[in-house]
Design a protein around this ligand. Structure first.
Ligand code: MG
Length: 393
């Protein structure tokens, strides 16, 4: 990301790394924090910790050439009194204190535990030719997150054994798996994302607004629990949003509606694929969640959105809603177009939207209407669309 390591990117005026560190400072089981960094980043981290002091002891440690070596350097600095080690990725700033506490609790019971979330989409295993070999049962599939918590004696044994055998693992659980030590999976939150792309940073910025409010309250000595905030704000369980969009018709453009290519003499003009239906759906979802609109999240002067499929953007909107704890109940949308006849394509539009939003198709409805030759849609100057979405917390 522009040459800046992701943990040093700024979210709400603080480095991502500091958000990640602070998530641990209110967890009773955490007695010390070891931050493993590249040598050249240590002075920067020292300044950060001086400017933003934390309430528990910490050390800044120089890492190694590999992840495993870096963990070893950190592990060697742990005090003898510590019974468990939690390993966390500095680019996961949205982890909650509750999730950290839960995974510690499971590690105390099982010896090792990691955070993870259930896979929501159908997964496919492909063979060497690129064809699907089989479809695993997603009930048994989880996406691994951090922190990963281990009993120190187990972790030390596994780590030294891996070093002796010259094995390198990119995931700490694999150390335990290599010794046939069971690792418990603790269900975490979908909001605990790892920043890997610029789009992730936008999601974190939006999703961390609440987290920042908590940190500010903590600094002032007024710890506000999530439950209390929920009551104070009186956020209803169900929320509704509406979206509306218009695009001009032009020659030499494809007509894309709900991700479906509709053969026609003209197509919609826009920075992205100008999928007016999907744009209206996105605005309905963002409106329901109180998260602004697509213009704010995906600026139309940003070159990275040039020609992009609007379904890709819709996927990001769904991730953002999930990060805020919202579930999409249903979507109803209408396309206003004089021509072409859209009825043959509506089912495909529903299917695309449902797959993108990980929803059942019967929770999405798409209609089309002409406007009897009236207005700009009737004159075939453009196509408009409106949508309504219901979401729940
Ligand atoms: Mg638009």
């Amino acid at each position: 990301m522009n040459g800046v390591h992701k943990q040093w990117l700024t979210v709400h005026n603080m480095p991502v790394l500091l958000h990640s560190i602070r998530a641990f400072t209110t967890v009773p089981d955490v007695s010390e924090i070891i931050v493993v960094l590249k040598q050249q980043d240590i002075p920067k981290a020292e300044r950060m910790m001086q400017e933003h002091p934390i309430t528990i002891p910490y050390k800044l440690v120089c890492g190694g050439d590999t992840r495993q070596e870096s963990i070893l350097h950190g592990f060697e600095q742990i005090s003898d009194q510590s019974g468990f080690i939690a390993i966390h990725d500095g680019a996961r700033p949205l982890v909650t204190a509750q999730s950290i506490q839960n995974v510690f609790q499971d590690a105390k019971t099982f010896g090792c535990a990691i955070l993870g979330v259930r896979v929501k989409e159908t997964m496919k295993v492909v063979d060497q030719t690129g064809c699907i070999a089989h479809t695993p049962n997603r009930k048994n599939l989880f996406v691994a997150q951090t922190p990963q918590v281990f009993r120190c004696d187990l972790y030390q044994t596994a780590l030294h054994r891996a070093i002796q055998q010259g094995k390198r693992y990119t995931d700490d659980c694999q150390l335990m798996e290599s010794m046939c030590i069971p690792v418990h999976l603790t269900e975490g939150d979908y909001s605990n994302i790892k920043i890997t792309t610029p789009e992730d940073l936008h999601l974190v910025e939006a999703a961390s607004k609440d987290a920042c409010e908590n940190i500010i309250s903590f600094d002032r000595g007024i710890t506000v629990s999530d439950d209390t905030k929920q009551q104070e704000r009186k956020i209803p369980d169900m929320r509704i949003g509406q979206g509306y969009d218009v695009h001009c018709l032009a020659l030499d453009r494809d007509l894309i509606l709900g991700g479906v290519f509709v053969p026609h003499t003209t197509g919609l003009l826009g920075h992205s694929d100008a999928d007016v239906l999907t744009h209206a759906v996105m605005d309905a979802l963002l409106g329901a969640a109180g998260l602004g609109d697509i213009g704010r999240i995906f600026p139309d002067n940003d070159p990275k959105y040039h020609g992009i499929s609007s379904l890709t953007l819709l996927k990001q909107v769904c991730t953002l809603l999930a990060a805020h704890g919202y579930h999409i109940e249903n979507i109803d949308a209408t396309i206003m177009a004089q021509r072409p006849k859209l009825a043959p394509y509506l089912n495909d539009m529903v299917r695309n939207l449902a797959m993108t939003c990980s929803m059942d198709a019967d929770c999405i409805n798409v209609k089309a209407t002409t406007e009897e030759g009236l207005g700009f849609t009737g004159a075939e100057q453009g196509i408009s669309s409106c949508a309504v979405a219901l979401i729940s917390k």
